[in-house]
Design a protein around this ligand. Structure first.
Ligand code: ZN
Ligand code: ZN
Ligand code: ZN
Length: 166
């Protein structure tokens, strides 16, 4: 984590920004909650635990700056809330998301997987792809496992009753 913080610091310096203590506190929260897809308010509440003097506006400006510098990506899963997601270092394109419509869990696919699709789009639409957002909506493996267990339970019930009646 310290190494990544150091690289983010260098990135900011290269664009003539400083990693002020407030910015550092914000970046640390993002690194600690890398898979959580936090909203600006979520980040603010976590930063405030460590640095009570920090204001929401400061956190908000820091997040906007990090987004501008492509250190984080802003993403919206259709609930109208902007969430901030650290970009994978060295990844050319943004990772994909699996959003569960039952439990709300968000899983990530770091592998791009879109090589063929990108080739078609670039060729047939003469479009140079710089990035993409891909969100799958469906039922996650946790909920799938749960459904299977409850299905088995219900299918067992009628046979039990029958044996009781006999
Ligand atoms: Zn993500
Ligand atoms: Zn891609
Ligand atoms: Zn789920």
């Amino acid at each position: 984590m310290e190494k990544r913080l150091e690289r983010i610091k260098k990135h900011l310096h290269s664009q003539s920004y400083k990693l002020t203590p407030q910015r550092e506190a914000t970046v640390r929260v993002l690194l600690e909650h890398e898979e959580d897809h936090l909203s600006a308010e979520d980040v603010y509440l976590l930063v405030k635990d460590k640095a009570p003097e920090i204001g929401l506006a400061t956190v908000y400006r820091t997040l906007e700056l990090l987004a501008e510098l492509k250190i984080v990506d802003k993403i919206n899963f259709g609930d109208g809330v902007s969430r901030f997601d650290l970009r994978q270092e060295g990844a050319a394109h943004f990772h994909h998301h699996l959003v569960c419509i039952e439990c709300g869990a968000v899983d990530e696919i770091q592998e791009d997987l879109l090589g063929d699709v990108e080739e078609i789009v670039e060729r047939d639409w003469n479009f140079k792809i710089k990035d993409h957002r891909l969100t799958f909506h469906g039922i996650c493996y946790r909920c799938n496992d749960k459904d299977e267990t409850s299905e088995n339970e219900t299918s067992n019930e009628p046979s039990n009753e029958e044996s009781n009646n006999e």
